[in-house]
Design a protein around this ligand. Structure first.
Ligand SMILES: [Cu+2]
Length: 331
C-alpha cells in the first residue's frame, strides 16, 4: 500500500514537473502572448515579474451618423451645434507591471498617459480651432487567475479595478472640452474578463470576452456607458522568434448616464451625452517578436488595426486607424 502511494506520489510529481517544463516552453513561443492590443491575456509563474510599455495611436477623421458618413455642412444644417469635430488624434503610453504571486495568481498594474488633439469646425466663423489635452489616464489594478494551463491550452479569468486618476475637467480657454477629450472616466470601474487560448505546434487561437462596468457617478454627475469587449485572434509562428496574427475586435459602448453640467451639449456633438455610444468592429494585423539567441526573453510587438464596421449613435467621429507598439520583458 505504501509502495503504491509512493508510486502515485512520484508519478504525480513527475507529471507536475513535466507540465511546468511544458508551460515554460509555451511561454517561450512568440505567440504565447496575445497580439499586443489585447490586455490581461496571460499570467505569470510564482515570483516572475514582467514590465511592459505600450504606445498606442488612434486616429479619427470625419463624422458618421449610424453607419453613414455625414459632412460638417449637413451637421450644421440638421443640428443646432455651434461646432463639429473634423479630426482627432489620441496617443496613449502605458506602463504595465505584472507579478506572479503563485503559479495560479498574477497581479497587474497599469498606468496610462494620454495626449489628445482635436480640430473642430465652427458654424458662425467657418474656421477651424484646435483643442488639446494631456495627462494621466485612469490607472488599473487587475487580479488574474489561471484556471487551467497545459501545453495546448490556457484558460484565464481576470478582474480589473479602474481608478479615476484621469482628469474629467480638461478645458480650452476656460470652456470644458467634450467627453472624448477628457482623460479619465471620473468613476471607479470593474472589468471582468475571460481569455481562452489554444496552441498547436505552429498555430494558436485565442478568444476573450470582457465587460467594463462603471460603478458610480463621477464628480460631474455622469457615468460613462459600460463597455462590452470581444476579441478573436489567430496567430502563426513563422519561426521560433517571430509570429504574425490576425485579430477581430468588437466594442459596444452603452450611452452615458447623466450629464456634465459644465458642458454645453448644444456646443458640439462631442459635448452631447446622448451621442457617445455605439458599436465598432475592427480588424488588426499583428507581429510578435521574441528574442531567443539575441536579447533572450525580450518581446517586441506591433499591431495595426482599422474598423470594418461602425454603427454610432448620431453624428460622431469616425475611427480610421489604431496602432499599438509594445515592449515586454519578464524577469
Ligand atoms: Cu506578463
Amino acid at each position: 500500500m505504501r509502495l503504491f502511494f509512493l508510486i502515485i506520489l512520484f508519478s504525480t510529481l513527475t507529471s507536475i514537473s513535466q507540465t511546468q517544463a511544458a508551460m515554460s516552453e509555451m511561454h517561450q513561443r512568440p505567440d504565447a502572448h496575445a497580439p499586443i492590443g489585447v490586455m490581461a491575456d496571460h499570467g505569470h509563474h510564482e515570483g516572475e515579474f514582467m514590465i511592459s510599455l505600450r504606445s498606442m495611436r488612434m486616429e479619427m477623421d470625419g463624422m458618421l451618423e449610424s453607419t453613414q458618413d455625414i459632412a460638417a455642412s449637413e451637421i450644421f444644417q440638421r443640428f443646432p451645434y455651434m461646432m463639429t469635430p473634423k479630426t482627432m488624434e489620441m496617443w496613449m503610453h502605458m506602463l504595465g507591471v505584472m507579478y506572479g504571486i503563485s503559479d495560479k495568481w498574477t497581479v497587474m498594474a497599469m498606468l496610462p498617459y494620454l495626449s489628445s488633439s482635436m480640430s473642430m469646425e465652427r458654424r458662425m466663423q467657418g474656421d477651424q480651432v484646435e483643442s488639446e489635452s494631456s495627462g494621466l489616464g485612469d490607472a488599473s489594478l487587475t487580479a488574474l487567475y489561471t484556471l487551467f494551463e497545459s501545453e495546448e491550452q490556457r484558460l484565464l479569468f481576470s478582474l480589473g479595478a479602474f481608478l479615476p486618476t484621469g482628469s474629467i475637467e480638461k478645458e480650452r480657454n476656460g470652456v470644458r472640452l467634450g467627453y472624448p477629450m477628457q482623460l479619465g472616466s471620473g468613476s471607479v470601474a470593474a472589468m471582468p474578463q475571460v481569455t481562452y487560448t489554444y496552441f498547436w505546434s505552429k498555430f494558436s487561437m485565442g478568444s476573450q470576452v470582457g465587460l467594463k462596468y462603471f460603478l458610480q457617478d463621477n464628480s460631474a454627475n455622469y457615468q460613462l456607458g459600460n463597455r462590452y469587449l470581444v476579441n478573436l485572434w489567430g496567430a502563426y509562428q513563422v519561426c521560433e522568434s517571430f509570429s504574425s496574427s490576425l485579430r477581430l475586435s468588437h466594442v459596444t459602448r452603452d450611452p452615458i448616464r447623466g450629464q456634465d453640467g459644465n458642458m454645453n451639449a448644444m456646443m458640439s456633438p462631442v459635448n452631447d451625452p446622448t451621442l457617445q455610444h455605439g458599436n465598432t468592429t475592427s480588424i488588426h494585423l499583428g507581429f510578435n517578436l521574441l528574442g531567443t539567441d539575441y536579447l533572450p526573453g525580450h518581446r517586441l510587438a506591433l499591431e495595426v488595426g482599422t474598423p470594418i464596421y461602425q454603427d454610432l449613435s448620431g453624428p460622431q467621429m469616425k475611427a480610421i486607424s489604431n496602432v499599438t507598439l509594445g515592449y515586454q520583458k519578464a524577469f
